[in-house]
Design a binder for this molecule. Structure first.
Ligand code: ZN
Length: 229
């Protein structure tokens, strides 16, 4: 399905983009697609210490981010309720929009000692936005655990859309202290505010101040059977 949608005349390509994102990051974009990770039968990571599910926390954070951005951007919520949407379908929906960026919101899971936000990107045109989003989360997250940095990983939501796309992990639900933080609505509000500020900066000044672009990588679209989605 992804290949089929890539074969169509894409909206983004008509705007002059390279479909693998081998160009500097966007500025002046008008639409932000906010993707709340997981949903429906896919609960995402559970927090053993708080009983909360990742899918509900991502939806809440995505809605807060939309509120923060409304007025400045046309905002699209990939899902606005507890519904399941396949990752390839999310890509297809994102490809309907030009002059847009996609931000996918997740919370992490791993060994209980790990904590701190982390940001995934793949495309060159998504690097600047990824740097900004990671910096923003780091400013909100308590030190000294604040920064697990950027990870360049080919995921369906970091490789396949025709628009710049970044996936943020706003902390580890598997770490009891960070899970309690994430389950606090005030913390999610601060996180959403910081993410919104990062998106506004990217739209205003593009990649300025985000460091050198990473090397271009030529890889096929990510598929369902790949190592991690
Ligand atoms: Zn997730």
């Amino acid at each position: 399905m992804v290949l089929a949608s890539c074969a169509m005349p894409p909206v983004a390509a008509t705007a002059g983009r390279d479909d693998r994102g081998h160009r500097s990051g966007p500025r002046g974009f008008t639409t932000v697609i906010i993707d709340a990770g997981h949903g429906g039968k896919d609960s995402g990571a559970p927090s053993k210490s708080t009983g909360q599910l990742e899918k509900n926390l991502t939806l809440d954070t995505a809605k807060r981010l939309r509120t923060e951005l409304s007025g400045s951007f046309h905002t699209i919520l990939m899902r606005s309720d507890d519904s399941f949407i396949d990752l390839d379908e999310r890509v297809a929906r994102a490809n309907r929009y030009g002059e847009a960026v996609l931000v996918s919101v997740h919370f992490n899971s791993g060994p209980s000692s790990l904590r701190g936000p982390e940001t995934y990107f793949w495309r060159v045109d998504s690097h600047g936005l990824a740097v900004r989003l990671q910096r923003a989360m780091t400013q909100v997250s308590p030190r000294p655990y604040a920064n697990r940095g950027l990870v360049r990983r080919r995921l369906r939501l970091t490789r396949n859309p025709l628009i710049p796309c970044v996936l943020v992990e706003g902390g580890y639900l598997s770490n009891p202290a960070e899970a309690h933080l994430i389950c606090d609505p005030n913390y999610r509000q601060r996180l959403a505010g910081a993410l919104a500020a990062a998106i506004r900066s990217q739209a205003a000044i593009g990649d300025t101040g985000t460091g050198p672009l990473p090397p271009p990588l030529t890889s096929p679209p990510s598929r369902a059977g790949d190592r991690r989605e």
